[in-house]
Design a binder for this molecule. Structure first.
Ligand code: MGP
Length: 209
């Protein structure tokens, strides 16, 4: 893993050591993951932890360095970026995800809006935009991560939650995500529990916004 973090600066003033961190800390530390499509590997083996991000500056350095989703779609079909809270593995099996689900936005094959929607989602996550001052408890605590999946049959962006059964919480997060992405009312997002998406048995989404 590449460590791009700058070291804090220390100065001695009148015999006292003062430490300045030149960077802006994020509310949470996040991890970028990438799935490199490789038929010889299992899904889990193809999951690569790219970098952990604790500072705004590191977020932009990484974001600007990585190929955009639309760029991936030109040569790396079936690859995914996962952006998750540090300590949560981007898989259904992680205990933070096991009882949760995902809001899914199907983007079609057009790349023109994909990068914008992905960046809006990332910025909302690191900026804690899913929580409002009036919330009894910040809704961002239920968000574990997000995913962009590059597929020939239509790219997808998903928001993963640790909660699936509290309809009020899940649907409010879905509505806020739509608003953050500035989606028109006629564009629908769908929520499924992970154990349904992994089992493949469910025909209809659990919730829709
Ligand atoms: P996918 O990438 O979520 O969907 O899962 P895709 O490729 O759009 O296909 P879909 O038609 O199945 O929706 C693709 C496959 O990757 C799954 O069938 C699993 O084999 C594997 N996979 C994906 N995820 C997110 C997980 C996970 O969390 N755990 C495990 N064990 N396998 C996963």
């Amino acid at each position: 893993m590449v460590d791009t973090s700058l070291q804090p600066l220390s100065t001695i003033t009148n015999g006292t050591v003062e430490t300045f961190n030149p960077k802006s800390p994020l509310e949470n530390t996040w991890a970028f993951w990438y799935i490199k499509p490789d038929k010889r590997l299992t899904w889990e083996q193809s999951l690569i932890n790219l970098i952990d991000i604790s500072f705004v500056e590191d977020f932009w350095a990484t974001y600007n360095h990585l190929a955009s989703p639309s760029r991936l779609s030109q040569s790396k079909t079936n690859s995914d970026y996962y952006f998750f809270k540090k300590g949560i593995r981007p898989m259904w099996e992680d205990k933070a995800n096991a009882n949760g689900g995902r809001w899914l936005l199907t983007c079609g094959n057009q790349d023109n809006k994909l990068d914008e929607l992905w960046l809006e989602t990332l910025l909302a996550m690191i900026g804690d935009c899913f929580s409002h001052d009036t919330d009894a408890q910040p809704l961002s605590r239920y968000i574990t991560g997000c995913v962009v999946a590059i597929r020939t049959r239509g790219h997808k962006i998903a928001l993963w939650l640790s909660e699936a059964h509290d309809k009020h919480i899940v649907c409010e997060i879905g509505r806020r995500w739509k608003s953050i992405m500035n989606l028109p009312a006629n564009v629908r997002i769908q929520f499924d529990m992970h154990n349904e998406s992994s089992g493949g048995g469910q025909q209809r989404p659990m919730y829709e916004e």
